[in-house]
Design a protein around this ligand. Structure first.
Ligand SMILES: [Zn+2]
Length: 129
């Protein structure tokens, strides 16, 4: 049941991530790691950042669901990069995110760290500027 539960969407309105953190211990929708602990206006800012990076959230969710299977496609990283490259290169992130021999789980983690940094910029950017 936990594998199925991991595929629920985050319960924050319009959030594109899966809700991996369960607040109630029930099997209903959970909350994603980006929204966990956020309050007030930051909830909307986080959602908007995740929607702005929907090409990356799509790949992360795909990676998470693929890892539930026994057999992960050996070309999964290359395929993911092929889908992401046009958008990321346009945004100037191509060099930073280009694959460098990661396994598919490591690739998913790399994308998650990238997205986490973008979310932090959104919620702390004004205070740090
Ligand atoms: Zn969320």
């Amino acid at each position: 049941m936990t594998d199925d539960a991991r595929q629920y969407r985050c319960f924050v309105n319009q959030c594109p991530m899966t809700g991996g953190i369960f607040l109630s211990g029930s099997q209903g929708p959970g909350i994603c790691g980006h929204h966990y602990g956020t309050t007030g206006h930051d909830i909307v800012r986080v959602t908007q950042t995740l929607l702005d990076w929907e090409c990356v959230t799509y790949e992360i969710n795909l990676c998470r669901s693929a890892l539930l299977k026994v057999d992960v496609d050996r070309e999964a990283v290359a395929k993911s990069w092929t889908r992401l490259q046009p958008a990321l290169s346009r945004g100037g992130w191509g060099d930073e995110l280009a694959p460098s021999g990661e396994s598919y789980p490591q690739w998913g983690q790399k994308l998650e760290r990238f997205l986490e940094a973008r979310v932090k910029e959104t919620t702390r950017g004004v205070a740090q500027a």
